[in-house]
Design a protein around this ligand. Sequence first.
Ligand code: ADP
Ligand code: ASP
Ligand code: MG
Length: 440
Amino acid sequence: MKVMKFGGTSVGKPERMHEVAKLITADPENKIVVLSALSGTTNALVEIGQSAARFERENAGELISKLSNHYHDFVQQLLNSEKAREHAISIIREHFEFLRIILRISFSEALNKDILAQGELLSTKLFSVYLEEQGIQHVLLPALEFMQIDEEDEPQLELIRSKLMELLAKYPANKIFITQGYICRNAKGEVDNLKRGGSDYTASLVAAAIHATVCEIWTDIDGMHNNDPRIVKKTIPVEVLSFDEAAELAYFGAKILHPTCIWPTQQQNVPVKLLNTMAPNAPGTVIQKTTSTSGVKAIAAKDGIIAINIKSSRMLLAYGFLRKIFEVFEKYKTPIDMVTTSEVAVSVTIDNGTQLHHILRELEPFGNTEVQLDQTIVSIVGNEIAETKDVLNKLFEGLSSIPVRMVSYGGSKHNVSVLIPSSYKILTLQKLNQKLFGLE
Ligand code: ADP
Ligand code: ASP
Ligand code: MG
């Protein structure tokens, strides 16, 4: 059995959804199909939630009507028969009625998660109506019945596996299962989600849970490119990546994959393929246990980074000092991305500033702290990159006009990272594209 995940743009237009139906019926292997919300929907739901939180009921109402109209237009083109259209319209009504009810009750974070879940619920139900109209036998599996996270928001793979297996066992003869990406239940049993872009994570968790033959991530580009195609003009797809390389690229900002979605497939050694719905025959990228070629594969950039420098002439070299500093970050559940030390100072970066003022207060006794906002981590990722000849030379030549704030090298064989002010990101990605790949 395999997993096929289709992102927002792959289901965002009626004709795209028709294409998805063709792709999932093209081969005879049994499959679980994971769908995102139609492109733009989750953003719209975020806005609706924000308006509701600010008690701007009129504005939220208008946003809901606009989104509802979009869905009505969508199903007119998606479906052919009046019967199927009526069915789809009743689904749309039910979900938008729910959103309107929310406007009338007091807002809470839990309610906001319910709002955000509507996108994937709608896309899967409407796709199911289309499959039914086409006479394509399938079963809709509710993700809320098997996708589970714990108190720390971590997916519970064993629980997911047992619940999913139980559900699948009910339909032994069925070949195509459809389910929602992104949404899940939390430890309190409430509706929750796997954070933005989380449908990739759903796909990877499902693939690991069922020991899938492959986890296919279908999107709007032909695989992982060597650099961010939204920023750099000329980029090329990477044919093969190791799990470690892909995980680093995803974590350090390659938007094509959710930041932490690789570990489940890596743990179960399920290969991942990144494929293009618009060009299904393009080879895309294969992510697997080992990769034959060494050297630089790709560059990614992660924005919104905060650098914190702690200077202490007295204490830094004393044992236990770093532990005490790291404990402050642990206490406030704030992961550290990069660390560099010198004899008198330590610099760390974080991407979550919500607890920054508490962290800074607790760091005070350790020395003088300095904070820099609006930083970007640029990561250069590749197999054995740290040992590949010339990479560092070319890297620093490319960075010669960039005010680099931190360098992280040697922590991983697959990654060299530098911290730069975000205002230099575009220039940095362009320069490194030239130096490391010979591309403009
Ligand atoms: P989906 O809706 O299918 O999940 P996303 O928008 O989340 O799609 O991810 C695909 C997009 O990721 C591409 O359109 C591309 O602009 C962006 N992207 C950023 N970095 C990369 C990269 N290194 N390789 C490929 N795509 C990238
Ligand atoms: N619909 C969700 C989002 O836009 C999840 C996803 O598309 O992966 O973030
Ligand atoms: Mg995505």
